[in-house]
Design a protein around this ligand. Sequence first.
Ligand SMILES: CC(C)(COP(=O)(O)OP(=O)(O)OC[C@H]1O[C@@H](n2cnc3c(N)ncnc32)[C@H](O)[C@@H]1OP(=O)(O)O)[C@@H](O)C(=O)NCCC(=O)NCCS
Length: 218
Amino acid sequence: MAIYSVRAMEVRDVSQVSQIEREAFPPPWPATNFKRELSNSLTYYFVACKEAPEQKEPRPAVDALSNPGPAKSRLDSLRLGLRRLFGGQGLPAAPSQFILGFAGLWFMVDEAHLANIAVRETYRHQGIGESLLISAIEVSIERKAQFVTLEVRVSNKIAQSLYRKYGLVEVGLRRGYYMDNKEDAVIMTAEGITSVPYVKRLQNLKQAHAQKWGISPS
Ligand SMILES: CC(C)(COP(=O)(O)OP(=O)(O)OC[C@H]1O[C@@H](n2cnc3c(N)ncnc32)[C@H](O)[C@@H]1OP(=O)(O)O)[C@@H](O)C(=O)NCCC(=O)NCCS
């Protein structure tokens, strides 16, 4: 059963995402300025995060109104009441959840460019990278991009296999694209992502992925 969910990246996630980026793309690959990216309307960053175990609300030891008790338990009772009343909304932001992976898109006219995608090393091969790619393509379709494109190292067969599964095909080569070892980049693109056949293919792949990893349908 999958124990993670995919959501938009927030400022509180930046330090964990930077850590995952450093692990996946070690220096001298230039670090992304995630804070700047989050305030750019032409980019969209999102994360896969571990779902916190369900919090059991402790029963307050005393009734806060009839017997206020010590200041701390009054405060706890008040927080508990607020949480019950507003379902957690309007309360101070919770600390970041444990981030398992992230991806980022840049939008340019009708193009969605997958700028990066990475999963924590110890959590790879569990369907998380695929979940992130599915979300990336879905967001691209929502934003009316006509094609998804990206660069990937010629040696990165794992990522290429993931992209190929989702209909991205090799359309060119950028010679010496990577600064560290002057490795070539393969340009991969999926065109017509809003077309009926592509959307159907995406739905089928998403369903198969959900079944394989026990993800409830969204
Ligand atoms: C690429 C990456 C994001 C994949 O994430 P992941 O969570 O391990 O991948 P998943 O478990 O979701 O696997 C999805 C698909 O990826 C491919 N894949 C994953 N592991 C693979 C392996 N060991 N060998 C070959 N293909 C593999 C397969 O196509 C797989 O689909 P399948 O299960 O139907 O065979 C991850 O390896 C990563 O973070 N790598 C480092 C960063 C990176 O290279 N990013 C890409 C930059 S362009």
